[in-house]
Design a protein around this ligand. Structure first.
Ligand code: FAD
Length: 393
């Protein structure tokens, strides 16, 4: 047996012994992003076992709590998890944003301090970038950090901060120099959300959920050792993190479009199919097939890109292509699903709708956010035009 097959066999046996059967076949409905303290029962056991194995961050180095797996081994692990429909044990901004950024740009002390708490699920993170007057024009941010010797004193506000209600730590872009070109006066700091100067105010979404907050800072302290990169060079660190964010949105590792746990073809067959499941309306049939083809080619392109990245290259401007296309496609898919449901797709609550119909409608509303979150579609198109196609903008 070659090494790959041996690894597959070991993974399969380990998952068989360790993945609680109650969690399988549940799609990704359970909150993979929530940290350990919000877990109970089998979801807690699953996270603890996977973390002890290093498989919450399979490709990270073992000394920081990762699994030290190669790209090929990680692909086998993911395939085996999918085979038994096991949920990923942990997701979130620690794993896909600040973790990879610290691995690349953090000091050894920062890596040792923060990464193991990410992989164990002990600490969850939120992203303090956007402000009321700094979204697409992020470099306009005004949250101020003053140098107080061994720490920075932070005052200002961030908005649309996903997961801030439960987050333990924030990675944050702050202004440390107001007298230079705006990109050159920004620093990248980390601080605990338990600081007494942090106030979180939830914002309600059109879907009815409240996934993000406006966060206010009144004399919040960030230790000097939690400055990532050099003082006033946070723009470079912040942009790098955005590339990690876009590649995870684009590759679906943040969970885009999948949490309803339904398949477009199934829905079309069930609601618009004849007795044999043939979709009767030729126009709809064409739209569904077109979407499936686009989706499969996009997945193939994403896998190719991710494979290239894992061979040493790191995500760059191509992440904007992934982010743009996947978020536009996700919206189209949920629009199509709601229109297939017809009247059954018009409910937010009520007994006349089944659970799946309500979930699809909610998802359609939630998906509106995807062409804005992580940088709007227009901004991605600007990046693609300027940085990839070299067009004058
Ligand atoms: C669900 C969700 C989660 C989010 N989570 C976070 C988070 O955790 N942390 C965080 O910091 N932020 C978060 N954001 C904020 C997000 O990054 C910003 O909303 C986004 O960058 C757009 O900024 P804005 O809302 O200020 O819109 P604006 O920048 O005011 O843009 C308004 C409109 O103008 C367009 N526009 C702006 N500039 C240009 C241009 N140069 N060319 C063409 N069109 C342009 C935009 O595309 C958009 O359509 C989240 C947003 C959403 C929706």
């Amino acid at each position: 047996m070659d090494k790959k097959e041996e690894f597959r066999k070991d993974v399969r046996a380990w998952l068989g012994d360790n993945c609680p059967p109650s969690l399988c076949d549940k799609g990704v409905e359970f909150s993979a992003g929530l940290s350990l303290k919000h877990r109970n029962g089998d979801s807690k056991i699953w996270l603890e076992r996977m973390a002890a194995k290093g498989w919450t961050a399979p490709t990270w180095p073992t000394q920081y709590g990762g699994g030290g797996l190669s790209f090929a081994e990680n692909a086998i692990l993911l395939k085996e998890l999918r085979r038994i429909n096991a949920p990923i044990p942990l997701a979130g901004m620690g794993l896909v944003m600040i973790g990879p950024t610290l691995l690349e740009l953090g000091t050894e002390e920062q890596k040792q301090c923060h990464l193991p708490k990410i992989t164990s699920g002990e600490v969850s993170w939120c992203q303090g970038y956007s402000e009321p007057n700094a979204g697409s024009d992020l470099a306009n941010l005004q949250t101020k950090a003053e140098d107080k010797g061994d720490h920075f004193l932070i005052n200002g506000s961030k908005i649309w901060t996903s997961g801030a209600m439960h987050a333990d730590w924030m990675f944050c872009l702050v202004r440390t120099d107001f007298n230079v070109q705006k990109q050159k006066g920004i620093s990248f700091v980390l601080f605990p959300m338990t600081d007494p100067g942090v106030t979180r105010k939830p914002i309600k979404l059109i879907s009815g959920d409240s996934l993000f907050c406006q966060v206010f800072f009144d004399d919040v302290k960030a230790k000097k050792e939690d400055l990532v990169g050099k003082l006033n060079q946070g723009w470079t660190v912040g942009k790098r993190l955005l590339e990690f964010e876009r590649s995870s949105i684009g590759s679906g590792s943040i969970g885009i479009g999948s949490s309803v746990g339904v398949n477009l073809v199934d829905i079309a067959q069930r609601y618009r199919g004849d007795d044999e499941g043939k979709i009767e309306d030729p126009l709809l049939r064409n739209q569904v097939v077109q979407h499936e083809m686009n989706s499969r080619s996009f997945n193939a392109s994403t896998q190719r890109l991710m494979a290239e990245l894992k061979t040493g290259k790191t995500p760059g401007f191509a992440t904007s292509v992934m982010k743009y296309y996947s978020s536009e496609m996700t919206q189209k898919k949920s629009e199509m699903m709601v229109s297939i449901l017809g009247q059954n797709g018009l409910g937010r609550e009520g007994d006349e709708f089944n659970t799946q119909e309500l979930a699809i409608t909610k998802r359609w509303l939630f998906d509106k956010a995807f062409t804005i979150a992580g940088g709007s579609s227009e901004v991605q198109l600007n990046i693609i035009a300027k940085r990839i196609l070299d067009l004058p903008v």
